[in-house]
Design a protein around this ligand. Structure first.
Ligand code: SF4
Ligand code: SF4
Length: 238
């Protein structure tokens, strides 16, 4: 079978080329194939991986334009493999996720100092159990067309994590968390759903964004797009 890998190098200047590798066809994952290429054909091929069991999220990449975890995907003859989109490529299939990860800070998507140390019931735990499973693989950022065109957009996994903490009854600073996602956040999402099918954990960031919109409305926030892109009511005359 043949696999085409889009390779990127930043050694001198950004260079991109598609390299075709031929391998014996057998039932194995894309990660196993990449490791075989590296050990038998081209030791310079660069990619990241760790757990090999869909837990760490470090081997996310795209195959035929769709985000996958290499340790879970079974390749087909002729597949085109390339790095995640919307992130700087460091080399070949390795991307720099730093900017996407800073979106968690921008969204205040973490437990605050004032959170209460109280026991949760099994039902309470179920409320955001799924969102807690995010492995920060970056697939949703790669698939998001808004993040592609607006570098300030907070983006899907940070908003999913925001909902994870906003819906946690131990959190006391929910108003601050909701405030943090008004600008470049929940209202900028187009609800296109592109982030949903690519998530290896079955998380639906779009649904979480809709929950955050609803919560924001209850807390008195308004979609600024309802007023033509701004909330300028003019200069007070008193
Ligand atoms: S639903 Fe929103 S967050 Fe998800 S890909 Fe579309 S614009 Fe991005
Ligand atoms: S929400 Fe899903 S696709 Fe996005 S980073 Fe988390 S695990 Fe990956």
């Amino acid at each position: 079978m043949r696999v085409h890998i889009k390779r990127f190098s930043l050694d001198d200047e950004i260079k991109q080329e598609s390299v075709t590798y031929e391998l014996e066809a057998k039932e194995q994952t894309l990660l196993a194939i990449l490791q075989e290429i590296k050990s038998t054909q081209d030791s310079s091929l660069s990619f990241t991986s760790s757990c090999r069991s869909s837990v760490c999220g470090s081997c996310a990449m795209r195959v035929n334009g769709v985000e996958v975890l290499a340790c879970a995907y079974k390749p087909k003859d002729g597949d085109v493999v390339e790095p995640l989109k919307n992130m700087p490529v460091i080399r070949d299939l390795v991307v720099d996720m730093d900017k996407a990860l800073t979106c968690n800070t921008k969204a205040a998507a973490f437990s605050s100092k004032n959170s209460k140390n109280i026991a949760l019931s099994p039902d309470d735990e179920k409320v955001n159990e799924l969102q807690s499973d995010c492995i920060l693989c970056g697939s949703c950022y790669s698939a998001c067309p808004v993040y592609e065109s607006n570098e300030n957009f907070i983006g899907p996994f940070a908003l999913t994590r925001s909902w994870r903490y906003v819906s946690d009854k131990r959190e006391q600073d929910v108003d601050q968390k909701i405030e943090a996602i008004q600008k470049d956040g929940i209202w900028d999402c187009t609800l296109c759903n592109e982030c949903v099918p690519v998530c290896p954990q079955g998380i639906a960031p779009k649904q979480d964004i809709m929950m955050l919109r609803s919560k924001s409305g209850v807390m008195g926030h308004i979609d600024p797009n309802m007023f033509g892109g701004g909330l300028d009511f003019g200069t007070p005359t008193f």
